[in-house]
Write a protein of this length. Structure first.
Length: 349
């Protein structure tokens, strides 16, 4: 019995009604109210359809349509150009087999598909003949989009993990080739892993969107700039780099600082390092220009072969991000000029 009919009987009782019947009606009324309240507070819509899939009842809006726009219509009339084909096929299967079904179907339309969770039961008359359907529908588009985003993140994580392992493997191999002892290998390899981790800390904090160049510089040179007698001066505009460029440049900055601490300007108290960067003009390529200059350090000796640090600075940056690197071991101090292409620069946020 509908809520409005029950209310009418309660408000205008027949004098001959018994008290027990009034109590039963009040209880029935309360159950119906709770049922309707539960449906209003949920995302579930309950509906019935005849054998022609014409809607005969609906507890609330469905498929982006109000109840009045649904009642009396078929799914073919509600969904334009066959958008509800999967949904209709599932319902017809229930009408044919007489067995309940549950499924998740996509309905095309708008900026993207809408996903629905359907539960469908056959309706039978007293003789057992199927006269229509009863079912529930829940819009699960938000959940489906979340699942798709999670799958994308997992694929990206797998890709980045493989790349990271390849970088670490190459780093270990090259460090071992140039280290003179096991102890030297452990020290140098550990420092390089920490440099890599420092860049990744910034990227993780920014949801792998990019890394601020100033933050990257501070993370790699913190041992030399966060002290009273800092020997490093740095300056430049606010710029953010894409993850691969940030990772490669972070390692390069670590190697420049480590080289300066062992052989160059940072190995003596009076030595100085300046690190300056700027965004190049459009006619010069619109990339990032970065200069590392060392002064007042020990005279630079000409090296017959390049170490791992030089390889990281020159070859790794060039291969990873297409950077142009000019590494000049001038007698008065090392000068490194790096140009990173504009496609590795992202907007700050």
């Amino acid at each position: 019995m509908a809520v409005c009919a029950v209310n009418a009987l309660i408000q205008n009782p027949d004098p001959g009604d018994q008290t027990s019947e009034l109590q039963r009606l009040r209880q029935e009324n309360e159950r119906l109210r709770r049922y309707e309240s539960a449906l209003r507070g949920s995302q579930v819509s309950v509906y019935t359809q005849d054998r022609a899939l014409r809607y005969s009842s609906a507890s609330g809006p469905m498929f982006g349509h109000a109840v009045d726009a649904i009642l009396g219509c078929t799914d073919d009339e509600i969904f334009a150009q066959g958008a509800g084909a999967a949904l209709i096929a599932l319902k017809r299967e229930v009408l044919t087999n007489g067995e309940s079904r549950r499924g998740e179907v996509a309905v095309e339309g708008g900026p993207g598909p809408r996903w629905y969770d359907l539960h469908i039961e056959p309706l039978r008359d007293g003789g057992g003949t199927i006269t229509g359907l009863a079912g529930t529908v829940v819009d699960i588009t938000e959940r489906k989009e979340g699942e798709a985003h999670l799958r994308l993140l997992l694929r990206e994580l797998t890709h980045r993990s493989k790349n990271l392992l390849a970088v670490i493997q190459a780093m270990a191999r090259q460090t071992a080739r140039h280290a003179g002892s096991t102890e030297a290998f452990l020290t140098q390899f550990g420092a390089r892993l920490q440099a890599l981790a420092a860049s990744h800390d910034i990227l993780v904090r920014e949801s792998w969107y990019g890394a601020s160049l100033e933050e990257l510089v501070r993370s790699q040179l913190t041992a030399y700039i966060d002290r009273h007698d800092s020997q490093i001066a740095f300056a430049g505009p606010a710029i953010a780099l894409k993850p691969e460029a940030a990772q490669s440049l972070g390692l390069a900055l670590h190697e420049l600082a480590a080289n300066a601490a062992r052989f160059g300007a940072l190995s003596v108290p009076d030595g100085r390092v300046s690190l300056m960067w700027e965004r190049m003009a459009a006619h010069d390529g619109d990339g990032l220009s970065l200069d590392w200059r060392e002064e007042l350090g020990p005279p630079v000796k000409l090296r017959r072969k390049k170490g791992f640090g030089s390889m990281v600075i020159e070859r790794n940056l060039a291969l990873a991000v297409g950077a142009k690197v000019d590494l000049d071991f001038a007698p008065h101090g090392l000068h490194c000029h790096i140009v990173i292409p504009p496609n590795h620069i992202v907007a700050l946020r």
